[in-house]
Ligand binder design. Sequence first.
Ligand code: SF4
Length: 216
Amino acid sequence: MAAFGRSMAREPAIVREIRACTECREALPLPPRPILQFSRRAPILITSQAPGIRAHEAGRTFWDPSGDRLRDWLGVSRDVFYDPSCFAIVPMGFCYPGTGAGGDLPPRPECAPRWHPRLVPRLGEPKLVLYVGAYALRHYLADRWQGRVTDVVAAWREIGPRVVPLPHPSGRNQGWLRRNAWFEAELVPALRSRVRRALASRSSDPRRTGAGSSLS
Ligand code: SF4
């Protein structure tokens, strides 16, 4: 499938390597289609879970209602969200892992250990880092993880301001959002403010004009 505005010639070698990865193809329900969005100079990094089937088909991460909710939390449009010079989006698993009785399966466990240590350091120094969902929280905020997303997200003031822990924006978490009204009343407004500041930093940073790539 054609990529949306992606220039292969300008992609960093590591991104081309990831796009060609077939490491766990035997465990995937569909042929590998690694999906990420990357720019060395993106001021905001989102580390999320794994593509759902709609993201897989579109070749775009968060191409579904959960993405609409996440963009609402962030206070950004689709255009800004899918601009690699604004957001780097690096899931814990780059390929659609399939669906089980309880919804999408976890990200493939091979993926983040194989690629993140090589990819993430190439992002420079994002102004803001967002860990979205249990798998990213458990991996990157291991010292905070005690088995519940709620505990890590509730500690957002201690963890921040550069790092913000978030629940997954899936519709399956509607009940969680109802039970934890503080999230949308307190964390989301602070998150929007931090996103605005991080994006505003682009105009004052001449380095943040580097090549970017998105999609699969
Ligand atoms: S999920 Fe990750 S490790 Fe597996 S094939 Fe896709 S890119 Fe490779």
